[in-house]
Design a protein around this ligand. Sequence first.
Ligand SMILES: Cc1cc2nc3c(=O)[nH]c(=O)nc-3n(C[C@H](O)[C@H](O)[C@H](O)COP(=O)(O)OP(=O)(O)OC[C@H]3O[C@@H](n4cnc5c(N)ncnc54)[C@H](O)[C@@H]3O)c2cc1C
Length: 384
Amino acid sequence: MQDMTIHPCTLDAGCEALRLEVRAWLDGILAGTPPEKRAESYLREDPAFSSALGERGWIGMTWPKQYGGGERSMIERYVVLEELLVAGAPCGAHWVADRQSGPLLLRYGKENIKQAMLPRIARGELYFCIGMSEPNSGSDLASIRSRATKTKDQNGDGWLLNGSKIWTSGAHLAHYMIGLFRTAPAGSNRHADLSQFLIDMAAPGISVRPIKDIMGADHFNEVFFDNVRITADHLLGNEGDGWNQVMTELAFERSGPERYLSCVRLLMLMIDSADRDNERHAVAIGKLVAEMATLRQLSLGVAGMLSRGENPALSAAIVKDQGTLVEQKLPEIAHDLFGIDLGSRGDPLAAVMGYLVQAAPAFSIRGGTREIVRGIIAKGLGLR
Ligand SMILES: Cc1cc2nc3c(=O)[nH]c(=O)nc-3n(C[C@H](O)[C@H](O)[C@H](O)COP(=O)(O)OP(=O)(O)OC[C@H]3O[C@@H](n4cnc5c(N)ncnc54)[C@H](O)[C@@H]3O)c2cc1C
């Protein structure tokens, strides 16, 4: 059984000062943004906002200065993320690049790639998407079939990519994908023979087809690879190490405060709308606030682990599981307490709830389903 202790993490005065600075800046830049837009949280894409944030030094905050980073701590980064999420800032364009692609490049990218790309990510200019899931491989990621084969032509050594990915968030906007491909036929060890590649989304042979979600939005896509050629230096890490690298990437993906703050705008509106003399309101909202406070301590504890260089995979899985449970019940509790007519116009609570009722089911699927995350926790507990 692994150690499951998540140690509390306290924020020093510098972090609190940073919080006020970020909050004041967001108050200005987001003034006039309607509540239902803010409720879209980090999914909403706004390249101008991403470059303004980059200019402030709030993307790639923890990366070395030589790659355009700020050499700030993981805890400072956490504070900035928390403020962005609570404000409902439109971070969709750069979020994946900041959260996981940049750190992955830092760890596994060739030096020329790091120098060329990381400063541009930190400036909010380069966006990334995640190429893991395939039409018949979601939870069972090791069963992917898209393949990369070695090639040599007048341009030198490289790889040819063929196959397809699905549910690729932001592929329509992303400049690059970090994709998982099979570099040898699946043998007895399904986790071997997978490799990660950096892929230019403008390369010939790539096509992107949008998938409409329940809200009519096209955040995610299908991506097809038809003899896409990439150069040898676009292999990330070592050939065949893709599985371990992808597990690192998923730990980054699952470890942030977005795993419990997706419905925070609704909670804030519920607090504003509550009848102070109504005990039902007080009990239900009080309980939710207590749960959010606990989740925040857990999530901050994960940021503390990241800052100490510890592996957060198990703790992040716990926060994601518990966080999505609370997030997903929020719209229902709001409906129960306020009996909102979702068709009513001009009521911010109704507008935000209308959006989140449709968005919330995906919270426990993206980044790994509830069952898969619980499987990780069960393994950590020594139960399987
Ligand atoms: C909003 C959103 C954004 C996404 N963005 C991306 C992205 O950018 N890039 C990307 O690569 N993918 C993305 N995904 C895909 C996501 O990672 C997959 O949907 C997820 O991993 C589940 O895979 P699947 O859809 O194939 O479902 P399946 O794996 O077919 O699962 C179906 C059901 O069976 C259950 N199940 C499966 N295996 C087991 C098991 N061993 N034990 C118990 N239960 C099991 C699952 O929990 C689920 O309930 C996104 C998904 C969503 C909803």
